[in-house]
Design a protein around this ligand. Structure first.
Ligand SMILES: Cc1ncc(COP(=O)(O)O)c(C=O)c1O
Length: 365
């Protein structure tokens, strides 16, 4: 039995007819940029997140960068980023000429540690980016308190947690602005690159929309130099058609995570932990294993997909060597980078598949 990490072909099968219908309509009208699918998706996604507005952009990295830019982050500013996340979180900062300052993650939930944040050097800090990593919301209250105290802007990185909640509210509704990625493998994925910015500040969202469209005021007038980062109509249509399934797909991820918890109970592993007041949407099911190399070899031989992101935390990446961090600076991030293993967690996975993965893991740790 071959068990992939994620089977998008199977996930998309029931949607093929609707995709075809929407794409044919777009081809017939040639409305590839803007149009009703974009407007409808933006309205539906803002409603889904419980916020006033949404602006579709080309990808999640641009979404983060545009959030920071519209909140006034510029060259010379410092932005706090967790040491363990996808590099895009920090790239958004460096793209603006600002400097990331890393903090460690919480050992139980793997999201930004509010206690570490409280101890960070605040010199030059203008913003913080909590990342809802692997599908689990960050403990937002203490982070929002610190941000208020120090007058930091808050940009939520929601790329991995579409639909997760904190104290009953959807992620994306806590920060000054929030950035989503719809990279195909995300809980809500497009059929290529795509992203969005959501929030309640409609004035800032209007500026984001302008910046993402070359700073354009009208066809021939540009207020400021912007970029080209639009969500195109084909991607917006695919996202609009997939959005109604998101809650059900997330529920299936949660159910499969519960099955892992049951079947992996005898194994010598650290299983995921869900923090208080949160719902986790299991973008990844990440366990910690002492001898990861041995186990990944066995999984590969057994035709079982796995992931080991992120093997190098950001403070030890060559790209950020210029910041001068050392090994040992963020021990929790370093341990997860060394021991973290993502097991297949596909909304279409069957109980038999989860049991098979669990058996192979239990026999080999
Ligand atoms: C945590 C996080 N932030 C940002 C991004 C960037 O998104 P994109 O790949 O759409 O640019 C990703 C996506 O991979 C991510 O996982």
């Amino acid at each position: 039995m071959k068990i992939p990490m994620l089977d998008l072909t199977r996930l998309h099968k029931p949607l093929l007819h609707d995709f075809k219908k929407a794409f044919t309509e777009i081809m017939q009208t040639s409305q590839f940029i803007g149009g009703r699918y974009l407007a409808d998706f933006e309205t539906a996604f803002a409603k889904f997140c419980g916020v006033a507005g949404c602006v579709g952009v080309a990808n999640g990295t641009d979404a983060l960068m545009l959030c920071l830019r519209v909140l006034g982050i510029k060259s010379g500013d410092v932005v706090i980023v967790p040491a363990l996340t996808f590099i895009a979180t920090a790239e958004a900062v460096t793209l603006l000429g600002a400097t990331p300052r890393f903090v460690d993650i919480d050992p139980l939930t793997y999201t930004m540690d509010p206690m570490a944040l409280a101890k960070v050097d605040t010199q030059g800090v203008k913003a913080v980016i909590p990342v809802h990593l692997y599908g689990q919301p960050v403990d937002m209250d203490p982070i929002l308190d610190l941000a208020r105290k120090h007058h930091w802007a808050v940009v939520e990185d929601c790329a991995q947690a579409h639909g997760a909640t904190y104290r009953g509210k959807s992620i994306g509704s806590f920060g000054d602005l929030a950035a989503f990625s719809f990279y195909p493998g995300k809980n809500l994925g497009a059929l290529g690159d795509a992203g969005a910015i959501v929030g309640d500040d409609v004035e800032k969202l209007a500026i984001v929309r302008r910046l993402a469209n070359h700073g354009r005021l009208s066809q021939y007038e540009h207020l400021e130099p912007g970029i080209n980062s639009r969500l195109d109509a084909l991607q917006a249509a695919a996202l609009l058609l997939k959005l109604p399934y998101l809650q059900e797909w997330n529920a299936r991820r949660v159910k499969n995570a519960e099955l892992y918890e049951k079947y992996l109970a005898p194994a010598d592993l650290v299983l995921p932990h869900v923090g208080f007041h949160r719902t986790h949407v299991f973008h990844q099911y990440t366990v910690q294993v002492k001898n990861r190399q041995l186990l990944t070899g066995i999984l590969a031989d057994a035709n079982i997909g796995y992931g080991t992101n992120y093997r190098i935390p950001l403070h030890l990446q060559p790209a950020y060597a210029f910041l001068g961090y050392q090994k040992g600076d963020f021990p929790v991030s370093e341990q997860l980078a060394e021991r973290g293993l993502n097991l297949p967690l596909d909304p279409t996975a069957t109980e038999e598949q989860i049991r098979r993965v669990s058996e192979v893991v239990c026999q080999n740790v």
